[in-house]
Design a protein around this ligand. Structure first.
Ligand SMILES: Nc1ncnc2c1ncn2[C@@H]1O[C@H](COP(=O)(O)OP(=O)(O)OP(=O)(O)O)[C@@H](O)[C@H]1O
Ligand SMILES: [Mg+2]
Length: 266
């Protein structure tokens, strides 16, 4: 299987997960990589950020896949961007945890569905990117079980590093019990404000502690990044020259280079 399944994960809210999913997906698709984004958050922000609706009462969502009523092939939507497809989400997904309470293999549902689809459909995606919700709930566990690797956005603010210990413990637990191949590809520093000394302090601490796991690219705080979603387009298309876009273009390059390094080491 050539597809790489990558979750963008951090249980802290509002740290730039969805922004990173949308713009990494856009950046890779512009490099002729075929991308499937799975919106695994009941908020449905990746869905609207890529120009689709999370309020149209559609059943073609990841929820229908996870509750067993649809297959992945039934729910993949085209976006208006080349090489970029999406599985939508909406608020229905918030009921999943309670509804699957009796299923002791429920942590594997997403993995099994993705594997069945990739093995049977002749699909030709290069990357599947999963946008995780801000929690360490069942949905996040499902994403950790289904993924080969993880990108962790880290907001360069006070408290940012605090939640990371708990996330690392959860990742370790999943690795030891459910998904031994899982790796952290890297940590992406986001919302960096160069006028704020806290930002550089968090950067320094993160680099000291996580060393070369922290990407060289740092995403600045940039208002264009927060405007783009309301237009339903990635910032890379909304304003390709703004500082936010430059950082996500650079992150895309770094992500692809990292791949070359990982492959030559294998
Ligand atoms: N670098 C940035 N500069 C300015 N605004 C940003 C930046 N990155 C993200 N934002 C904005 O901050 C808010 C939170 O970002 P985003 O939705 O990507 O975070 P998230 O981690 O996915 O949030 P949640 O945990 O709720 O899913 C959004 O309004 C987004 O547009
Ligand atoms: Mg989000």
């Amino acid at each position: 299987m050539k597809e790489k399944i990558i979750s963008i994960i951090n249980q802290k809210g509002g740290v730039g997960k969805t922004t990173t999913v949308i713009n990494l997906a856009a950046g890779l698709s512009m490099k002729s990589k075929k991308i499937l984004v799975i919106d695994l958050d009941p908020q449905g922000n990746a869905t609207t950020g890529l120009g689709l609706s999370n309020t149209d009462k559609s059943n073609d969502t990841i929820y229908s896949v996870l509750n067993g009523t649809k297959n992945i092939s039934d729910v993949i939507c085209k976006t208006k961007f080349n090489n970029l497809d999406l599985i939508k989400s909406n608020v229905d997904l918030s009921g999943l945890e309670v509804e699957t309470a009796g299923d002791n293999r429920r942590a594997f549902i997403l993995k099994d569905q993705i594997m069945a689809y990739l093995n049977d459909s002749g699909a030709s995606y290069d990357y599947v990117l999963i946008d995780c919700p801000p929690s360490l709930s069942l949905l996040t566990i499902m994403a950790l079980v289904a993924s080969n690797s993880l990108v962790v956005p880290l907001q360069t603010e006070f408290f940012a590093l605090e939640g990371l210990t708990q996330l690392m413990k959860t990742i370790e637990r999943i690795k030891n019990n459910l998904n031994p191949e899982l790796i952290i590809r890297g940590i992406l520093l986001t919302m960096y404000d160069k006028r704020n000394k806290l930002s550089s302090q968090v950067e320094k601490e993160a680099r000291q502690y996580f060393q070369d796991k922290v990407y060289q690219t740092v995403v600045p705080r940039n208002v264009r990044l927060s405007e783009a979603p309301s237009h339903g387009v990635p910032v890379l298309i909304y304003d390709k020259n703004c500082p936010g876009s430059k950082s996500y273009f650079s992150f895309t390059e770094e992500f692809l280079n990292q791949e070359k390094i990982m492959e030559s080491a294998a």
